[in-house]
Design a protein around this ligand. Structure first.
Ligand SMILES: [Zn+2]
Length: 300
């Protein structure tokens, strides 16, 4: 094992060439034809690296996904690499920003960090171990998806199903700025708070109105009190809309809220508090609807 680093250092140029090849495939998520070209290239790579099976999971709207397996009959739960081959960059970005390597030897190109660099590491880890005859005697899987940049909407179920069978999943997303491996992340949720009041003329009959902005302002302050930053919980009211005209008591107001927690326990606790709203202003109706919500992945 001790000479592994040295071994991979001797292959560095080949890895850089491989990464350059990957970046030179432009793969915006919703351009199936282009994404499938990179998928086909990687399928070939997996087969040439001796995968015992490569299963295609066909998709209509996005690129086909692949599940490649090595040593699939070996004992133990699989070690799985999770990669995605799509990027956020539209076709044509490459012409404007071709791959370049600066004077410090850092490679730049659309999608190089997220995550064609990660794909390079996964493929070359396997290639190196195969060439050295040191592939561990347990199943090694690569699950390749194609829709991460739109929220993994088509692959989410497959990821859940396949990853549940693995003993260890290495998500090949970029590391932190300090190049550390991420082994946990916070839960993230967004919520919309809507208040319905009653409109009325602010000059003639203000007392007949139910002021949705005043109600929502108090809800916002209450939400703000849920912050517990030292324990990793943040509750941020980030967008606030309300009212229709200067002389009308506002009948409607909405706010958006961003919530993050470190632990599952805080996550459940905070969700309950956010969803449980009692109006401050008599007659106001307050409702909360969750948007994109993903619970925390705690360190374990
Ligand atoms: Zn990514």
């Amino acid at each position: 094992m001790s000479d592994l680093l040295k071994y991979f250092q001797t292959r560095q140029q080949e890895m850089v060439d491989f990464l350059t090849t990957l970046v030179n495939f432009e793969t915006p998520t919703l351009d199936k034809v282009h994404v499938d070209k990179l998928g086909a290239f990687l399928e070939e790579q997996f087969r040439s690296l001796g995968a015992s099976s490569v299963t295609r999971i066909t998709q209509e709207k996005v690129g086909d996904m692949l599940l490649a397996k090595w040593n699939e009959d070996a004992p133990g739960k699989p070690i799985m690499f999770l990669i995605h081959i799509d990027t956020v960059w539209p076709i044509g970005t490459l012409a404007e920003r071709p791959v370049k390597i600066d004077e410090n030897g850092v490679l730049f190109g659309p999608g190089a960090v997220d995550m064609k660099g990660g794909i390079t590491l996964a493929v070359w880890s396997i290639r190196g171990l195969v060439e050295r005859g040191e592939l561990p005697n347990r199943p090694i899987w690569i699950l390749m998806t194609s829709d991460e940049e739109v929220g993994s909407i088509y692959s989410e179920k497959t990821i859940h199903d396949v990853a549940a069978k693995a003993g260890l999943v290495l998500v090949m997303e970029p590391a932190t700025k300090e190049e550390a491996l991420k082994t946990w992340r916070k839960g993230v949720g967004s919520y919309t708070v809507t208040v319905e009041g009653r409109p009325s003329h602010a000059g003639n009959a203000p007392e007949q109105g139910i002021n949705a902005v005043i109600e929502l302002a108090q809800q916002a302050l209450k939400l703000n009190q849920l912050n517990d930053l030292k324990n990793g919980t943040s509750v941020s009211v980030t967008v606030f809309h309300g009212g229709s005209a200067t002389n009308v008591i506002p009948a409607k107001a909405t706010a958006e809220v961003d919530v993050r927690t470190l632990t599952e326990k805080d996550w459940n606790n905070i969700q309950q508090k956010i969803m449980d709203v009692t109006p401050f202003v008599p007659g106001a109706k307050v409702s909360v609807s969750p948007g994109h919500v993903r619970g925390p992945m705690e360190h374990n």
